[in-house]
Design a binder for this molecule. Structure first.
Ligand SMILES: C[S@@+](CC[C@H](N)C(=O)[O-])C[C@H]1O[C@@H](n2cnc3c(N)ncnc32)[C@H](O)[C@@H]1O
Length: 289
């Protein structure tokens, strides 16, 4: 960018061109998102400031943000915040960036008979990451006991910060755990999880903005991507109440294998649910009575 004072819309256009030259997808949107963060407004409200000449500190902050994105850092980490359902959450390298498809996993839980029938369901989220699933459920359900578990202390520290950030620290408990086998047998109403499910060799070939910035522990599901599910399903058999609900996010090619595993572990009403782009993305099942 040259140094002559520029109006915001000109800066955004320059940012767009700069990112496009670095082959960043959706360069215009990214440039607008960075500008909106600095103006503390929504992207669609930027038009109000289009003719404003931002002061030098804002221009400098925008330049630094654009440079980080151009070098491959996900825009979400540069912004430090990202929206998930009704919440704005902090996001950084400690945990996976919440993905839009995971919002649908929350819907599946909200519509489930398990949360509708229990007065105060015990809801457990395994691999909570930034806390997006369990915080959304606690925010959108009137009553319940909500627990988020993760094997990563870094992710848990972010999830706890997020609970305070959205004012739900009194309603959600977070704990360090590999799986969820430490609950009492047959005590959990709903088990929800978006575990790492990408096969290791596929993680190695992911785009650099994911592979080099998001935690490998959040992505890598072992040789066939199913490692964490294998132990998680055993835990689920132990801790879910009869009739309790299991809600999993899965890879788009894992539907048949997941159905087979769930049936093998004795779950009933197994359903593979597609995401809004028509791909297998979730598995829902009930603990046999
Ligand atoms: C795909 S990320 C999902 C994060 C968040 N729930 C979301 O949907 O954005 C998977 C998370 O599972 C955690 N994890 C991996 N293996 C685990 C295990 N054995 N037990 C508990 N958490 C695990 C990772 O640290 C990571 O935070």
């Amino acid at each position: 960018m040259d140094e002559a004072p520029k109006k915001l819309d000109e800066l955004i256009a320059l940012g767009d061109a700069f990112l496009a030259r670095s082959k960043i997808p959706n360069a215009r949107v990214v440039s607008e998102l960075l500008a909106a963060r600095l103006f503390k407004c929504g992207r669609l409200e930027l038009y109000r400031y289009a003719s404003t000449v931002p002061d030098a500190r804002i221009v400098d902050a925008l330049r630094r943000g654009l440079q980080r994105v151009a070098k491959g850092e996900p825009v979400q980490y540069v912004l430090g915040q990202w929206d998930f359902r009704k919440l704005t959450l902090k996001v950084d390298r400690r945990a996976l960036i919440p993905r839009p498809e995971t919002e649908q996993l929350v819907d599946l839980v909200l519509k489930s008979p398990q949360v509708k029938s229990a007065a105060k369901p015990l809801v457990v989220d395994v691999g909570t990451g930034a806390g997006c699933i369990i915080l959304s459920l606690a925010g959108e359900l009137r009553d319940g006991v909500f627990v988020g578990l993760d094997i990563s202390p870094e992710a848990l520290s972010l999830a706890k910060e997020n609970a305070a950030f959205v004012g739900l620290q009194e309603r959600v408990l977070f704990a360090d755990s590999d799986g969820c086998g430490e609950f009492d047998p047959a005590s959990v109403d709903v088990l929800v999880s978006n575990p790492p499910y990408i096969p290791s060799h596929v993680v190695d070939g992911l785009e650099p903005h994911i592979r080099e910035h998001e935690p490998r522990l959040a992505l890598d599901g072992g040789a066939d991507g199913l490692d964490v599910y294998r132990t998680l399903l055993l835990d689920a058999v132990m801790v879910l109440k009869p009739g309790g609900g299991l809600f999993l996010e899965i890879g788009n090619d894992q539907g048949p294998a997941m159905r087979e595993m769930l049936e093998e572990y004795g779950f009933t009403e197994v359903e593979i649910v597609k995401d809004y782009s028509g791909k297998d993305r979730f598995a829902v099942a009930t603990q046999s009575v």
